[in-house]
Design a protein around this ligand. Structure first.
Ligand SMILES: C[S@@+](CC[C@H](N)C(=O)[O-])C[C@H]1O[C@@H](n2cnc3c(N)ncnc32)[C@H](O)[C@@H]1O
Length: 249
């Protein structure tokens, strides 16, 4: 965990707690930020952001997440709203109750069939197996020390031949223009919410590097940049399983 590894405030559990505290405090503003409205409106910079989001939505529609679907870290429901177009068997998990409550309110207008689970993904246990597992903007918040564990857990949750679809941020200077108040290093970003500052893990993967790393973990994945801001990926486990050790990004 970088230079300050070992100090009490850098203990992994403390960092994850702080990250979660950020999303709890941020819940009321999250949709304004994601949709670039109000104080997050960046004028002409908004339009490529929205165009690329349309590309993501098209990619998800073409992927067709049917059957039993698990959304990890579903947050306020930006993507839950899209997933319910494809499945009536959706489970949405998030460790923070505040965004989940916003998600519930948003989705209740369309269906009452979604199951919500308020728990930490890294302790989540179930006998259920899913046809598709979806996560958006969560992989970048998974610290290097938990990366392999994350994918191992996803693997255990999938049915044989089950698939994953994921979305995240590209490393890009344009993204930094959108949120210039944030300061970042290779692994973290400092973010404000509720008058407080939080340190959040933010690991920005290059699509090729992510694909190669996933291949070493036994996944056959494709990762596609949408332009400047985002990438999406889809994959499933290879039959031959993981190979060798997995380096940190
Ligand atoms: C960047 S938001 C993404 C939300 C949503 N997927 C979206 O695309 O808008 C990250 C989400 O991860 C959730 N989260 C953080 N740590 C978690 C954990 N250990 N287990 C489950 N959810 C977690 C936060 O509460 C937050 O809702």
């Amino acid at each position: 965990l970088g230079e300050s590894q070992g100090s009490a405030s850098d203990d992994l559990g403390t960092r994850l707690y702080e990250q979660l505290a950020y999303y709890r405090a941020r819940a009321p503003q999250y949709d304004l930020w994601a949709e670039r409205r109000d104080t997050f409106d960046r004028g002409e910079l908004n339009s490529p952001w929205h165009d690329e989001k349309r590309t993501l939505r098209r990619a998800l529609d073409l992927f067709e997440p049917h059957g039993r679907v698990l959304e990890i870290a579903g947050g306020t429901g930006q993507w839950t709203e899209r997933l319910i177009r494809h499945t009536a068997l959706l489970t949405v998990l998030d460790a923070a109750p505040e965004p989940l409550e916003i998600n519930r309110r948003r989705i209740r207008r369309h269906t009452r069939m979604v199951r919500y689970v308020n728990t930490d993904f890294f302790t989540f246990e179930t006998d259920e197996r899913f046809d598709n597992v979806f996560f958006s903007y969560f992989l970048s918040h998974v610290p290097p020390d938990l990366f392999a564990e994350f994918w191992h857990r996803v693997r255990r949750l999938l049915k044989p031949r089950g698939r994953v679809f994921f979305i995240d941020n590209l490393p890009s200077t344009r993204a930094a223009e959108l949120d210039p108040e944030e300061t970042a290093d290779d692994l973290s970003v400092l973010r404000q919410a509720d008058g407080r500052t939080f340190r959040v893990f933010k690991i920005l993967w290059h699509p090729d590097e992510l694909r190669r790393t996933l291949s070493r973990l036994g996944w056959d994945a494709r990762v596609h940049p949408t332009g400047d801001y985002f990438f999406w990926g889809e994959g499933r486990l290879r039959d031959d399983g993981p190979q060798g050790s997995v380096p940190h990004p």
